[in-house]
Ligand binder design. Structure first.
Ligand SMILES: NC(=O)c1ccc[n+]([C@@H]2O[C@H](COP(=O)([O-])OP(=O)(O)OC[C@H]3O[C@@H](n4cnc5c(N)ncnc54)[C@H](O)[C@@H]3O)[C@@H](O)[C@H]2O)c1
Length: 450
């Protein structure tokens, strides 16, 4: 049994055994290099501490049973800001060095970098036996999602994807409404977002020229597994990478993991059978400014016997006519979903409790009790074996895959892609199948992952 496994078991045992005084052997095996840390703390490292990384670090560090051991960021300014808040933590600009040097005295990491680095960092951390909280979308490719799910199961680590709304009260209420069959036989779902909304470059080509790399940024490490390209201010770091094919996942990757979650979870969707995009194709470098992607999923106990059509809309293209038809025309959310069943329709918002979101037929349903959990703290508690994480990779790899399949469909406008989920291939479309994975840059290839 490895030292890591011993410690993980100890953490779980300490959760159920009120107060457990660590034995000398436990202290030696678990905390040899960090003798000042109480052993019943989760020793955590944050990788990517700017932007959402700041929020993830703040939330995780606020749990009473967490101690922040190490911080990593390729931007020295962001690293310095985080280090001011956690002066006791060791700092790194290379996550590979952090894992190498710290993994013996670590229990967990969070990965809050741009999307293209989620899988390599999470994979290596899990390989070392660490629990992982990774931002959405879980990965950049479908193959990476499958590999992360597989290694997380094999290493028995506790995982969570950063879809914090999944643990919010409105989701718990809506889940019960579906579980109790108040809304039945769903045959159609529309999901929409107001992104990309001009917040980052999308629908454009790669910028020409080159700008000086800021002294505080390690551009080579920011690029990581992606093909090297010249630095260009305002196009990549920070935040603006989202729309670029090499680094981000466009509006559907960015918001799909939040907004496709209700349909995927409430209706217990499996692999889609077909996927078709009827919007514009991406440019050579970025996702398009708007998209419409239609999926057909096989029947579940929550759908009609013929299965369910799920349509993703982004770029401010709400399904206005349908929202009006079902009585939601006067108050459509900017981001949401519309479920259409045999007994009525229901509009779901990730941000509001369902009080005014039923049409007439469902309006008199007595709402279940809301139940909210802090998504980050729930994951920490799951690392101690106190509760289960609500969005483990077992689930979130599938949710991410659904969104990423939509991104592949964008490359084949108006073509129906036949997805063979179990075999992980598109029937009769080798070009689409090739997009399920990607090459990593020379020097950044990790065995087992690609
Ligand atoms: N759950 C949510 O609501 C939510 C909200 C925003 C962002 N996100 C997700 O969080 C992730 C980060 O998004 P963001 O908007 O904060 O991006 P960002 O570009 O603003 O910040 C990324 C941070 O990671 C650092 N970084 C980049 N490459 C790194 C590497 N290889 N190693 C270590 N640090 C690295 C950057 O320097 C920066 O500090 C994305 O996956 C995004 O989808 C989630």
């Amino acid at each position: 049994m490895s030292k890591k496994l011993t410690r993980r078991k100890f953490l779980r045992n300490s959760a159920v055994t009120a107060v457990v005084a660590p034995t000398a052997a436990q202290l030696l095996t678990s905390c040899a290099s960090a003798p000042n840390y109480a052993v019943n703390k989760l020793r955590h490292a944050a990788i990517g501490v700017g932007g959402m990384g700041g929020a993830d670090l703040k939330q995780i560090a606020a749990h009473k049973d967490v101690v922040i051991v190490a911080l990593c960021d390729v931007d020295a300014n962001n690293l310095a800001t985080a280090a001011e808040l956690h002066p006791e933590a060791r700092t790194y600009t290379d996550w590979r060095e952090l894992l190498e040097a710290e993994h013996h005295r670590l229990d967990s990491v969070n990965v809050t970098t741009p999307d293209h680095m989620h899988a390599p960092i999470s994979y290596k951390a899990i390989e070392l036996g660490l629990h992982v909280y990774c931002q959405k979308p879980l990965t950049h490719t479908v193959l990476e999602s499958r590999r992360l799910k597989e290694i997380a199961q094999r290493k028995h680590v506790v995982t969570q994807m950063g879809i914090q709304n999944h643990s919010a009260a409105n989701y718990s209420v809506a889940k019960q409404l579906f579980d109790q069959d108040h809304i039945k036989d769903i045959h159609e779902v529309h999901v929409w977002t107001d992104r990309p909304a001009g917040w980052w470059p999308q629908g454009v080509e790669r910028p020409e020229g080159e700008d000086p790399i800021p002294a505080h940024l390690d551009w080579d490490k920011w690029i990581g597994v992606a093909p090297m390209r010249p630095y260009k201010e305002g196009n990549y770091h920070a935040f603006s990478w989202r729309g670029r094919l090499d680094f981000g996942t466009g509006a559907q990757g960015d918001m799909g993991c939040h907004l496709m979650d209700p349909a995927t979870w409430f209706l217990q969707l499996g692999h889609p059978l077909t996927i078709k995009s009827t919007g514009p194709a991406p440019t050579a470098d970025t996702f398009p400014l708007e998209s419409h992607v239609e999926y057909h999923f096989p029947a579940t106990s929550k759908t009609s016997a013929a299965g369910v059509k799920v349509v993703w809309h982004d770029g401010k293209n709400k399904p206005t006519a349908l929202l009006e038809k079902y009585g939601f025309g006067d108050k459509p959310y900017e981001n949401g979903s519309l479920f259409i069943g045999s007994n009525g329709a229901y509009m779901f918002s990730p941000y509001e409790l369902p009080k005014t979101t039923f049409n007439d037929k469902l309006a008199d349903i007595l709402l279940p009790e809301p139940h909210a959990t802090n998504h980050w703290h729930q994951w920490v508690d799951a690392c101690f074996g106190r509760v289960a994480a609500s969005a483990p990779f077992d689930y979130s790899a599938h949710l991410t895959e659904v969104a990423l399949l939509g991104n592949i469909a964008l490359r084949f406008p108006n073509e129906t892609l036949n997805w063979q989920g179990k075999r992980m291939r598109f029937e009769g479309n080798d070009a689409a199948t090739a997009m399920l994975s990607k090459e990593y840059r020379e020097g950044w290839r990790f065995s087992g992952l690609i």
